[in-house]
Design a protein around this ligand. Structure first.
Ligand code: AMP
Ligand code: MG
Length: 305
């Protein structure tokens, strides 16, 4: 497990103004980390991911058995920041029946005909499950803040500050509702540098097996880098709450991002203090009777039954 004091530096304290330049993208370049050396960190990060993978599987089983809570993990980031890989690695140990991943793309005409939270509400995890949103309702205050022309019919052509403030308010109220109803909400912004994004785009362009990952719109959006960073800063500041905190995860090193996300998610689920349901005395007696019956009755396989 990673020390809570270390994790704390990645959490956006409610109400604080966010300047993303003050959050590292490459954690291995920090003074603390440099003392350890990159290889040590890489090895340690792998171990942490591995430990957490196992613990997350156990935590999910308990989540399912106790049937009182659900967990929603939200991932947002610039393109190529590693959302897909992080989700794949962190969740790889969890029983597939215990988790569900939704990736949200551009909304359909039908989705645009509803309130902006509608399509996400339909995808929320039921009790006992871990739900993962690969992109989420935060796109509705991010990509469309950079491109208001994509807001869809019935929305203002030039949305003012009040429009966005109301959306943040809707999101906060929505998350309050979720939390009151037993959903643990954790939000991860995978913070990648512009230089690292360029490197990853080039890797995709240079490797035919990765061409499918590159979309021409990725280049166009890169041109809006500053606007996106500003939209993220505004959203993180307005919507990081005690009940649904944002974490700014340094994502230039994939192994660092994965270890941090795994650790934060596992610790938060464990902190729910869930317990296996106690079996009532009557049921225990019935279980005992079933055991005795199975042990005492001869095998009737040979009889062809
Ligand atoms: P990808 O995750 O790379 O497959 O890309 C999905 C695309 O859908 C991204 O360009 C997102 O910005 C876009 N997208 C997701 N949600 C919304 C939304 N609510 N409004 C507009 N575009 C969205
Ligand atoms: Mg993409």
């Amino acid at each position: 497990m990673i020390k809570p004091t270390l994790i704390q530096q990645f959490r956006v304290e409610p109400g604080t103004k966010v300047n993303l330049k003050q959050y590292v993208t490459d954690w291995t370049a920090t003074d603390n980390a440099q003392e350890l050396g990159k290889d040590v960190i890489k090895e340690r990060a792998r171990e942490i991911l591995e430990e957490n993978r196992k613990e997350l599987a156990t935590a999910q089983e308990l989540l399912y058995a106790s049937d009182t809570h659900s967990v929603l993990l939200i991932f947002q980031a610039m393109d190529a920041a590693g959302k897909d890989g992080t989700i794949r690695h962190v969740m790889s140990g969890v029983n597939p029946q215990g988790c569900q991943v939704y990736s949200f793309k551009k909304p359909s005409a039908e989705e645009l005909d509803h309130n902006f939270l509608w399509r996400y509400m339909k995808a929320l995890p039921e009790r006992g499950r871990i739900g993962i949103f690969n992109r989420s309702y935060y796109e509705d205050v991010l990509v469309v803040k950079v491109h208001p022309e994509w807001l869809g019919p019935g929305q203002p052509a030039n949305p003012d500050d009040k429009f966005w403030e109301q959306r943040y308010e809707d999101i906060n109220n929505f998350e309050k509702h979720l939390s009151r109803n037993g959903t643990l909400v954790l939000k991860f912004f995978l913070h990648v540098s512009k230089g690292e994004q360029k490197r990853r785009f080039l890797e995709r362009l240079n490797n035919p097996d990765k061409h499918w990952k590159f979309s021409e719109s990725d280049m166009a959006e890169r041109e809006h880098w500053k606007d996106y960073q500003k939209a993220f800063e505004d959203a993180l500041c307005a919507t990081s709450t005690k009940r649904a905190p944002w974490y700014v995860i340094p994502a230039d090193r994939k192994y660092v991002a994965r270890a941090l996300v795994a650790d934060i998610a596992t610790t938060a689920i464990q902190d729910l203090g869930l317990e296996y349901p106690k079996v009532a005395a009557e049921k225990l007696a019935r279980l005992e009777a079933a055991r005795a019956q199975l042990e005492n009755k001869p095998n009737d396989d040979k009889a062809g039954a």
